[in-house]
Write a protein of this length. Structure first.
Length: 269
């Protein structure tokens, strides 16, 4: 009897609370907006925050409310934008797919920038940057401790040659790596670009060469040889206008230090 009474009381309370919750669910039920549901269904579900909204749910609500355009999600890209636009009956403006690019280079297993000292401490670029700006002689160089690789939600970054290497096929343009890099050595560039500057040093020749063997020495040859006027020198660095660039790669061929990368020309091209 001592066991039965508590069991009956608990069962009755369970039924009572269950009925109360069911009643509250009906009274306070809020119908979902089918427009928001349609947008949310089209989004990739990465919840990376690259769009500037609190996850895919926040972005879906903003797009449905007209507070954000259909092409806001960089991960979903143009295909996702077209689906969203069709669902909402609006026009999607096509965007150029972007991928993260590391503005530094390595070779033969090491970063080409020299080291001022051997860093011993937490293997995190942000921690290393707090120690005299990091161990690299070039203050613009990738510190190579893999903070960006560990932060990438899509596994698109590996560490090679002492610097970060980004797989453009895996990169979704979420900009997570850009946000965590303390040296600002990662930036977004068009995925289909065949040339890219791999140096951020704004000093001139001698100062750059003392810190790195492949830094830009501000000679301006790239700008001079470009037949499409797609390169201008600014702050001792070439700036490439990708709308003018015709992918001829003449700048990469002319660069005496290899600071400008040029995609290898294949037979198919």
């Amino acid at each position: 009897m001592q066991i039965i009474i508590p069991a009956v009381v608990l069962t009755a309370l369970g039924i009572l609370f269950g009925a109360g919750l069911a009643w509250a669910g009906k009274v306070f039920y809020v119908e979902s907006d089918p427009r928001v549901d349609a947008v949310r269904e089209a989004l990739p579900g990465a919840n990376c925050g690259a769009c500037g909204f609190p996850g895919c749910d926040g972005l879906a609500a903003a797009i449905a409310a007209g507070e954000a355009p259909a092409n806001t999600c960089p991960v979903g890209g143009n295909e996702c934008a077209q689906v969203i636009a069709a669902a909402l009956g609006v026009e999607a403006v096509e965007t150029i797919p972007l991928a993260a690019t590391v503005i530094c280079q390595g070779k033969d297993g090491v970063c080409r920038a020299k080291e001022n000292f051997h860093y011993v401490g937490e293997q995190d670029c942000r921690a290393a940057a707090l120690t005299s700006g990091g161990q690299k002689a070039c203050r613009y160089a990738c510190l190579g401790l893999g903070t960006c690789a560990r932060s990438c939600p899509f596994g698109g970054i590996v560490m090679e040659d002492g610097i970060a290497k980004i797989d453009p096929e895996k990169c979704t343009g979420c900009k997570t790596c850009v946000a965590v890099c303390p040296k600002n050595v990662i930036r977004m560039e068009p995925k289909d670009r065949v040339t890219a500057l791999r140096c951020r040093a704004t000093e001139k020749g001698k100062a750059v060469r003392e810190a790195c063997t492949s830094g830009c020495i501000a000679c301006g040859r790239c700008a001079k040889v470009c037949p499409y006027d797609a390169i201008v020198m600014k702050d001792n660095l070439p700036t490439i206008d990708y709308e003018k660039c015709k992918q001829c790669r003449e700048c990469a061929k002319a660069c005496p230090t290899g600071a400008i990368w040029g995609k290898e020309i294949t037979a198919e091209e």
